[in-house]
Ligand binder design. Structure first.
Ligand SMILES: [Zn+2]
Ligand SMILES: [Zn+2]
Length: 393
């Protein structure tokens, strides 16, 4: 049996596992049930060398050693859900107040199905495949912990895949590929503004942090529109303002929270430097002071050219050219998969699971759904890549 036929015949398996995972969504690093399902399934394929207890406790990896010599390829799935109350009405919907509203349940189901396929083709496999199951992708801090815990030790290359309906124009079951910039970096920041409180009727006795905030917000947008190359995509958003207490009190303190996204370390460093300068100088010019703190600094996902083209060729060969689709524009969505490609070459792909009708809802929406008919193409693409990516395979 070839990979395509085997994967197709395992679609029911992928759907069954996804339903089980979907019904017990867990958040961030706290994934005991999810972990136990993944371990149970891996063991049922005879994969027993599972390294547990990493990535904050519930992350894990397992190696499938091939019958021929070769390099080590890691394939990564995330595991976590979101604190969203599910409203899909599906019969396997979550009842616990959390929801797999980003499709990470489908990622695990596809990687497990891939593992099942690779276990059957083990003798044909060159080198080793490391299956990585990573916690806490949504807060974007899980991958860094996994890397710190040594998950990439001895690994040569890494691939991963996200499912969903993000790129319009792709058809269900297609695997989207893109060389170079694919997903944006994300950096969050807090700006704390200090002034002096007084009665709203006597602003001359106060130092107003609300007008200070207004100036800074407008000024920050000029980093994007006036200071950086318009052909480089980047975003700066202030998502939250906290300041003041009453109509008639000048606020002595105000906090702005925001994020920046872009596709290069240079732009990211430049924006960070300018945020500090603008906040500081504007606050001072208005007789106040500012302090800026950055957190959650995830780099952009930049896909390795060779691995990306290899995936396109493998899909064309093993599944059919109609299943490989080039993605023309990157997304300003971020992925902590970038933490792995900081260390080793890698490529991230997009598995289209759209319905093409009103059932398509945005990621993280309480009615988000995955078209399960084509889970097999994701599993088949990952398995075929593992079997054919390196010479000698
Ligand atoms: Zn998400
Ligand atoms: Zn996601």
């Amino acid at each position: 049996m070839n990979i395509k036929e085997l994967a197709k015949s395992l679609n029911d398996y992928a759907v069954k596992i996804r339903h089980e995972l979907h019904a017990c969504p867990e958040i961030a690093f706290d994934l005991p049930k999810t972990e136990s399902i993944v371990i149970r399934e891996l063991e049922s394929f005879g994969i027993n060398n599972i390294v547990k207890g990493i990535g904050g406790g519930h992350g894990l990896y397992a190696d499938i050693k091939g019958g021929k010599p070769g390099q080590v390829l890691a394939i990564r799935s995330d595991m976590d859900a979101l604190p969203v109350k599910e409203e899909t009405g599906l019969d396997f919907a979550s009842q616990n107040g959390n929801m797999h509203a980003c499709g990470h349940d489908a990622h695990m189901a596809m990687l497990l199905t891939c593992a099942k396929i690779l276990s059957e083709f083990k003798n044909d496999l060159a080198g080793t495949v490391r299956l990585i199951f990573q916690p806490s992708e949504e807060p974007a801090n899980g991958a860094a912990v996994m890397v710190k815990d040594g998950v990439l030790k001895g690994v040569d290359k890494i691939i991963g895949m996200h499912t969903g309906n993000l790129w319009q124009g792709l058809k269900a079951g297609q695997i989207g590929w893109r060389i170079g910039a694919f997903m944006a970096s994300t950096t969050t920041f807090d700006i704390a503004l200090n002034g002096k409180g007084a009665h709203g009727a006597t602003p001359h006795l106060a130092v107003d942090t609300i007008t200070m905030a207004a100036q800074i917000i407008n000024q920050l947008q000029t980093i994007i529109s006036r200071e950086l190359n318009p052909f480089d995509a980047k975003v700066l958003t202030i998502g939250r303002i906290d300041g003041g207490t009453a109509h008639n009190v000048v606020a002595d303190f105000c906090r702005l929270r925001g994020m920046i996204r872009c596709f290069s370390a240079e732009n990211s460093e430049f924006m960070k430097k300018r945020i500090v300068e603008i906040a500081d100088c504007t606050a001072k010019s208005m007789r106040g002071s500012a302090s800026v703190e950055f957190s959650s600094d995830v780099p952009p996902v930049i896909n390795d050219r060779e691995l990306t083209l290899k995936m396109r060729d493998v899909i064309t060969e093993e599944l059919g050219a109609e299943f490989a689709a080039e993605i023309e524009t990157p997304t300003t969505g971020a992925e902590d998969f970038a933490e792995y490609t900081r260390t080793i070459p890698g490529a991230f792909f997009y598995h289209c699971s759209t319905f093409g009708d009103e059932r398509d809802k945005p990621h993280h929406n309480s009615r988000f759904m995955v078209n399960e008919e084509f889970l097999w193409t994701g599993a088949a693409a990952l398995a075929a890549f593992a079997l054919h990516w390196q010479p000698g395979a």
